[in-house]
Structure formats: structure tokens, C-alpha cells
Ligand binder design. Structure first.
Ligand code: ATP
Ligand code: MG
Length: 161
């Protein structure tokens, strides 16, 4: 996927379980504008893994999405987005601004996600049952399914390992 060839103003939506490489991808591709739910949780509650501040972080996430979508800045939404209901709102939000939404799915084997998850600091670790649940939802979000949800394009991001 050539990030440079993406139409300006596009909403790039990561879809993937915890520890699947969503944030690493952003760092490696050098996408300039990233909205990251973990970072927002960190800023609001001082702890990126604190689920109690998720609702406040989502409010903040939406404010930023509105800002970038209205000004036509291409942005990468770095959060799990494994639930179809969550993605439907994102697609709707992008389309309200006349912007395309592209899904980028991250789906290493569950065991790989588990192994990476275990190496993290405790507060950033996703509970194993949650990780498995996120993984199964991401598995169901095939590029075909994502296109039928209204995404302009859907790509599986295959990273080494
Ligand atoms: P979360 O949803 O919990 O924020 P994430 O999807 O952003 O997770 P990352 O933090 O990007 O996941 O990656 C998880 C771990 O896997 C990190 O320790 C990272 O260094 C490692 N990792 C990511 N991509 C690769 C890769 N291609 N090969 C090896 N290790 C990787
Ligand atoms: Mg991350």
C-alpha cells in the first residue's frame, strides 16, 4: 500500500487485535497524522491501558476525527476497530465529510499476538480472553466484508513474523 498515493483526506482505519502491529505500522510507514486511542487514554488518565477512561478517550478521538476529516488531512486511526458497529460509525463519519475510508487489517496468528502481548508492561497487556475475542472478530472482518461495510478499499497488512 503506497501511503503517498492515498487520496488526501482519506480516513485510514486500522482493524486488528491488541499487539497485532497497528502502532508499529504507523511508526514504520511514517504516516504523519495518527489518532491513537491508547495515547488519548494516556493523556487523559495517565495510563494507556486504563479502560475506565475509554469513553472519554473515544469522545476525544471523535473530536480529532472531525477536525482532520473536515480539513481534509489524511489520518490513520490507530485503535482496534474490530467491532462492525464501531466501524460503521467511522465509515459514516468519513462519508459525511465526503472522505473515503480505507480499512487496514492486521491479523498475525493469535499465538503471535499472545506472545507479543506477554512481553508488554502489565498495564498495556490485553487480558487473554479479550485478545482472543478481538482476534476472532478481526478474522471475520475479511476484506470482502469490510468492502460491504462501505470501505472504499480494504487491505490485509502482512508484516514479517
Ligand atoms: P495495541 O492494539 O495493543 O496498541 P498494536 O496493534 O498497536 O497493539 P504494536 O504495539 O504495534 O501492536 O505491536 C505489538 C508488539 O509486536 C510490539 O512489541 C512490536 O514491537 C511487535 N511487532 C509489531 N510488528 C512486528 C513485526 N512485524 N515483527 C515483529 N514484531 C512486531
Ligand atoms: Mg498500539
Amino acid at each position: 500500500l503506497g501511503i503517498d498515493s492515498v487520496e488526501p483526506g482519506t480516513l485510514l482505519v486500522a482493524v486488528g487485535p491488541g499487539a497485532s502491529g497497528k502502532s508499529t505500522f504507523a511508526a514504520e510507514t511514517g504516516i504523519v497524522t495518527v489518532v491513537c486511542l491508547d495515547s488519548l487514554r494516556e493523556r487523559i488518565g495517565g495510563d494507556a491501558g486504563d479502560q475506565a477512561v475509554t469513553p472519554a478517550a473515544v469522545v476525544e478521538q471523535n473530536i480529532l476525527l472531525e477536525k482532520y476529516l473536515s480539513e481534509g488531512t489524511t489520518l490513520y486511526l490507530d485503535s482496534t476497530n474490530v467491532e462492525a458497529r464501531v466501524r460503521a460509525e467511522l465509515v459514516e463519519q468519513a462519508h459525511r465529510h465526503g472522505r473515503p475510508a480505507i480499512a487496514l487489517r492486521f491479523l498475525p496468528h493469535l499465538d503471535t499476538c499472545r506472545a507479543r502481548n506477554r512481553t508488554r508492561p502489565t498495564n498495556r497487556r490485553v487480558p487473554d480472553d479479550v485478545l482472543a475475542w478481538q482476534h476472532s472478530l478481526a478474522l471475520a472482518a475479511t476484506p470482502k466484508a469490510l468492502l460491504s461495510e462501505g470501505f472504499t478499499a480494504a487491505h490485509d497488512i502482512v508484516t514479517p513474523l
